[in-house]
Design a protein around this ligand. Structure first.
Ligand SMILES: *Cc1c(COP(=O)(O)O)cnc(C)c1O
Length: 404
């Protein structure tokens, strides 16, 4: 396949490398971080911690939130606070990021893997039902790549069997099911603020819990289990999972522009959706009454044989991509019996394209043109989008965030 780009497409095209993700650090980040430096509140005490927790809880519609050092310890803390441990079985999709599963193993509990749905990529509620046993203590719903899980069925199932629900929302800040933000359906929920997540604090995480006592337990467990009434008295096995004030300062600045970031990502996903139509692949579109926050703008190729060559083709043109996660039950330390054909097929066909809010429409156009050129369909791209303004921002930041 030897397709040369039309000169009008190449002219003015940004030929630098396009990464999969870049944090969007507009607004008050330097201002707030400098405040930490100049006042000396650089560790895990300081005013930004509670400001970030309050702003975050308000955004997602929770009463309270507990900040932690990252999204992985957030899950571990939630599991421990809910009393999950050896002998318990936790139902979890095999098609997820490894942290969802490692944290279950770290408590001594057993992950029970289930398959996912082809349509949304999320955990299959009918597979959860089949996996429930006498030992099932909880279901872990992971809202993968920003699309919510089927929360009506999962909540009903957990109520029917009297089991706990934990939501791993690391990839789903801004995602909603029937208008309600994910993370507010379960007994506990966790978020990640790693550098490539929708909002970031560098490293960082957050825990939510329905029961204020569980959340209070998280507060103590993340801080060496120190007594609130007696100095240096520690009456439980606990951890140092604290977030720093500097991280929280970045978090406060990120919360101030969170709606803009989400809007930019929504428009980015829409641009991919329209520019990549009519090809032997599909984009990861929202299904049902949901808000998909598009942490990653994914494509799922029809033929798994296309996946890796397409990634190579894009890489040779300076476009970085990521394959979908490999199934967790394949990893040597958590290998488990079972066959999860949907997750297996998705794992083999998925590609995450550059997904950061600051991508320009010129860059999106270039990426889509390169996907099309691989799939032998460049002409229709050039003729259907003649006026694509290369190098113009996909979204004008000031247009969606006029205050800054
Ligand atoms: C990123 C992520 C985590 C872990 O978050 P860290 O902040 O990187 O520790 C957990 N679960 C999922 C699904 C994730 O994508």
């Amino acid at each position: 396949m030897d397709i040369t780009l039309a000169p009008e497409v190449l002219k003015g095209a940004d030929i630098s490398r396009i990464p999969v993700y870049e944090p969007f650090l507009a607004g008050n980040v330097p201002h707030y971080v400098n405040e930490c430096l100049s006042t000396g509140w650089i560790s895990s005490r300081g005013g930004f911690i509670s400001r970030f927790e309050t702003a975050f809880a308000e955004f997602v519609g929770a009463d309270d939130a507990v900040s932690v050092a990252n999204g992985t310890v957030a899950i571990h803390l939630a599991l421990v606070a809910l009393g999950i441990g050896p002998g318990d079985e936790i139902v979890v999709p095999s098609f997820t990021y490894i942290a969802s599963v490692n944290t279950i193993l770290q408590t001594g509990a057993t992950p029970v893997f289930v398959d996912s749905l082809e349509s949304t990529l999320q955990i299959d509620p009918s597979a959860i039902r089949k996996a429930i046993t006498q030992r099932t203590k909880a279901v872990m719903a992971v809202h993968l790549y920003g699309h919510p899980c089927e929360m009506d069925s999962i909540v009903a199932l957990c109520q029917e069997f009297g089991i706990l629900l934990i939501e791993d929302c690391a990839e789903a800040f801004g995602s909603r099911w029937s208008g309600q933000h994910v993370g507010t359906f379960g007994d506990a929920a966790t978020f990640s603020f790693f550098g490539n997540k929708t909002i970031t604090t560098g490293e960082g995480g957050m825990v939510l819990a329905r029961d204020p006592e569980i959340l209070e337990r998280c507060r103590r467990l993340k801080n060496q289990g120190v007594s609130t009434s007696r100095e240096y008295w520690h009456d439980m096995l606990a951890y140092n999972y604290r977030m720093t004030n500097i991280e929280a300062a970045i978090g406060v600045a990120q919360m101030e522009i969170a709606s803009s970031i989400l809007e930019m990502k929504r428009r980015l996903a829409e641009a991919y959706r329209s520019d990549l139509s009519g090809l032997p692949l599909r984009t990861h579109d929202p299904i049902g009454d949901v808000v998909h926050s598009h942490w990653m703008c994914s494509v799922i190729v029809d033929d798994p044989k296309d996946r890796d060559p397409l990634r190579v083709h894009l890489s040779e043109r300076g476009i970085e991509t990521r394959p979908f996660f490999r199934q967790a039950h394949r990893m040597p330390h958590c290998s488990a019996q079972g066959d999860f054909p949907v997750g297996e097929s998705l794992s083999a066909r998925g590609i995450n394209l550059p997904s950061y809010p600051g991508l320009t429409s010129g860059q999106v156009g270039r990426i889509c043109a390169d996907v099309r050129s691989f799939l032998g369909n460049l002409r229709s791209f050039v003729t259907t989008r003649p006026g694509l303004g290369l190098l113009e921002p996909a979204v004008d930041y000031l247009e969606v965030h006029p205050e800054s």
